[in-house]
Design a protein around this ligand. Structure first.
Ligand code: NAD
Ligand code: DAU
Length: 358
């Protein structure tokens, strides 16, 4: 089914902005409204190329603002909400969990409730969707030989971040079962690619290498993540929105399980090869083991056979190709990431790593 008036929450963040650009390329006639609070993680510059296009509107605001959300739904005759807005960083959720609960749980609840009231006014038509973007972290941690997470794996979140995402998933699920609201949930593995905020592993390593700073590896570096190139995720979300069955959930993953330390070695090799100038070369000399993240999940892995079987989606970008593109993007786009290393970011870095970030 086609949806032509989209409200994208969190569209100035990493995945949301990639999704907005993806959708505008694919469906240039569609109306796209982005609602984003522009927290530290939101960056209007990422969307600036779309400013001035008649079909695009950016609203700076909070998903907790009931009046604003109602106004957008009605004024823009929204048919699909694509909900990315969240506090997304595990380490920040450990340092201070309040914002996580406020946005991820309460904010999602507000959005659901506004959308339900609006949908009721439209006669409960089937021509509407609420797509909730969630994470594999809700399933907890796997041992090395455990089978990958499926859509029926029990929830076992281990951080305030993943617990708040689990709470939001449960609310979305309940709105389908109780009210029949046409909802969809996706649980995706770790994304990487352009416009990724510097606090996350891959951009952090790229930017630290360029500055000759230590590359902090938590614990023994043997934790495993299943990496997915962000454009593959955007294609999956497009597929789920247009073809997914209301009330269903879909796991999305890259089939790319990599240990953190191996991933950082790969990034170092790529940087040595692609960067014209580096303060320290070979840059793997910068690798530094630091204290582990509290409650650090050992392994995530996604079984994405349902979305492949039912909707025909598969990842297209291998980790080798995706990482090469990503490293090149950070080399070419210093103008994008340099301003994000703000005083607020330096203070966060200092607190999180207990290292001198200068
Ligand atoms: P991000 O932190 O880069 O972006 C989040 C965006 O939400 C920012 O633009 C921020 O300004 C906005 N936002 C935060 N609070 C808001 C509020 N109260 N009202 C309006 N806007 C608000 O996050 P991301 O990495 O792009 O993740 C997007 C979504 O995808 C999240 O829901 C996350 O849980 C989920 N997810 C992320 C990954 C990943 O690897 N990054 C993987 C799976 C799922
Ligand atoms: O799995 C999906 C999740 O992936 C999303 O739900 C989250 O929003 C997203 O942030 C991401 O969470 P992770 O905690 O897996 O990503 P992060 O980039 O923070 O860390 C990846 C791994 O690298 C993790 O095992 C912790 C480790 N790490 C991270 C940082 C920032 C380090 O060893 N050193 C670091 O400095």
């Amino acid at each position: 089914m086609a949806f032509h008036h989209l409200l994208v929450t969190g569209g100035a963040g990493f995945i949301g902005a990639n999704f907005v650009h993806h959708w505008c390329r694919r469906y240039p006639q569609d109306r796209l409204v982005v609602l984003d609070a522009l927290t530290y993680a939101g960056n209007y510059q990422t969307l600036a190329p779309l400013a001035g296009q008649a079909n695009f509107r950016f609203v700076q605001g909070d998903i907790n603002d009931q009046r604003l959300v109602n106004e957008i739904l009605e004024q823009e005759a929204i048919t699909a909400v694509v909900h990315f807005a969240a506090e997304s960083h595990v380490d920040r959720s450990i340092l201070g969990p309040v914002a996580c609960v406020q946005t991820n749980v309460v904010g999602t609840f507000n959005l659901l409730e506004c959308f339900r009231q609006y949908w009721l006014q439209q006669g409960q038509a089937d021509q509407f969707r609420f797509l909730h973007i969630s994470t594999d972290e809700v399933f907890g941690s796997l041992a090395p030989t455990d089978p990958a997470f499926t859509e029926t794996t029990a929830y076992a979140p281990n951080s305030p971040y993943s617990a708040s995402k689990a709470g939001s998933d449960h609310l979305v699920r309940s709105y389908f079962h109780t009210y029949g609201l046409p909802t969809l949930i996706t649980n995706c593995s770790n994304n990487y690619g352009p416009y990724h905020f510097p606090e996350k592993l891959i951009p952090l390593m790229c930017i630290n290498i360029l500055q000759g700073k230590p590359l902090p590896i938590y614990g023994d570096g043997q934790n495993v993540r299943d990496w997915l190139y962000v454009e593959d995720h955007c294609r999956a979300l497009e597929t789920v929105l247009r073809q997914g069955q209301p009330g269903e959930r879909y796991n999305i993953g890259g089939n790319n399980e990599v240990k953190n330390l191996d991933l950082v070695y790969l990034l170092c090799q790529l940087m040595d090869e692609l960067a014209p100038q580096l303060p320290v070369r070979p840059c793997q000399q910068l690798i530094t083991f630091v204290k582990d993240r509290p409650g650090h999940d050992r392994r995530y892995a996604i079984d994405a056979s349902k979305i492949r079987r039912e909707l025909g989606w598969e990842p297209q970008v291998t980790v080798e190709t995706g990482l090469r593109k990503t490293v090149q993007w950070y080399l070419d786009n210093e103008d994008w990431w340099r301003p994000l290393l703000s005083a607020e970011y330096q203070a966060y870095y200092q607190q999180a790593y207990d290292l001198d970030p200068k």
